[in-house]
Ligand binder design. Structure first.
Ligand code: GLP
Length: 256
């Protein structure tokens, strides 16, 4: 794993931008996996700015998002569809037919999940998957107990996650109970992972992810098995690490 620690969220976001922008320039038809949550917002803002400055062209970029709440229509302000369009897609020249998110409104969820996996295979997989981490150590909505070989499917959200996301919905009760999420097996097939974590609230999950034993109870620990996992942390998110990951720093991976 390549772990880089930055003094604050802005420098972390700047580094994430540099890595994603480099990939888009070298491979204009790259397949990007996007995440929601507050953590990647600094990256998305920079991607919009890079596009406006004429540095980036998204016309051939293909995207897949990690997850979506069940029961929220794309127009719902808290749906991940809405989040992605409001924070990124509507501001760049992405081709809407290249954008993929699970649809939380379908009747046949199982068939839809199979279809989603098929769409990822059809474009020969995800080049770079951007990830956040939940305070309980989950990736996407792969809650504690998720099979480490899981594929895209419906998951029941844990109490901790619904509590953590209540801030967006006004109350815990208003947070949907289920979500469609890429599985851990799906995420692990991405050629590269870029995981971002910021703030003290993530420090314990980050420690478990990087230094704890691999466990279905903390799905993010699976990144330890990925060949190209790149983890960007700010000082607060790194504050509970025991090992000095700075010592082990190597050259950032080359994207191709
Ligand atoms: C949700 C998303 C995750 C995200 C997590 C952390 O649970 N499904 O993909 O990583 O929130 O969000 P934040 O970045 O807001 O802390």
């Amino acid at each position: 794993m390549l772990v880089e620690i930055f003094p604050d969220y802005e420098t972390l976001s700047e580094r994430a931008y540099e890595l994603v922008a480099t990939l888009i320039r070298r491979k204009p038809n790259c397949v990007l996996g996007f995440a929601t949550g507050s953590t990647p917002l600094g990256l998305y803002r920079r991607l919009v700015e890079g596009y406006r400055r004429g540095e980036l062209d998204f016309s051939k970029v293909v995207t897949f998002n990690l997850d979506e709440y069940v029961g929220l229509p794309p127009s719902h302000p808290q749906s991940y569809h809405h989040f992605m369009w409001a924070n990124l897609f509507q501001h760049i020249n992405i081709n809407p037919s290249n954008v993929h998110l699970p649809n939380g409104m379908v009747d046949d969820i199982e068939a839809h999940c199979d279809w989603y996996e098929e769409q990822i295979r059809r474009v020969d997989g995800i080049d770079l998957q951007i990830l956040g981490i939940g305070p309980n150590g989950h990736l996407a909505f792969n809650e504690p107990g998720s099979s480490l070989g899981s594929r895209t499917r419906i998951k029941t959200l844990s109490r901790a996650t619904r509590r953590a996301n209540a801030r967006f919905f006004g109350s815990e009760e208003a947070v949907p109970r289920h979500a469609i999420t890429m599985g851990i097996g799906t995420i692990m097939e991405a050629r590269r992972l870029l995981l971002l974590a910021s703030g003290r609230a993530k420090a314990r999950a980050v420690r478990a992810m990087l230094e704890g034993p691999i466990s279905a109870m903390v799905s993010a620990t699976i990144v330890q098995l990925h060949r190209y996992a790149h983890v960007l942390l700010d000082a607060e998110a790194a504050s509970e690490l025991a090992y000095n990951h700075h010592d082990g720093i190597s050259e950032p991976f080359d994207v191709h």
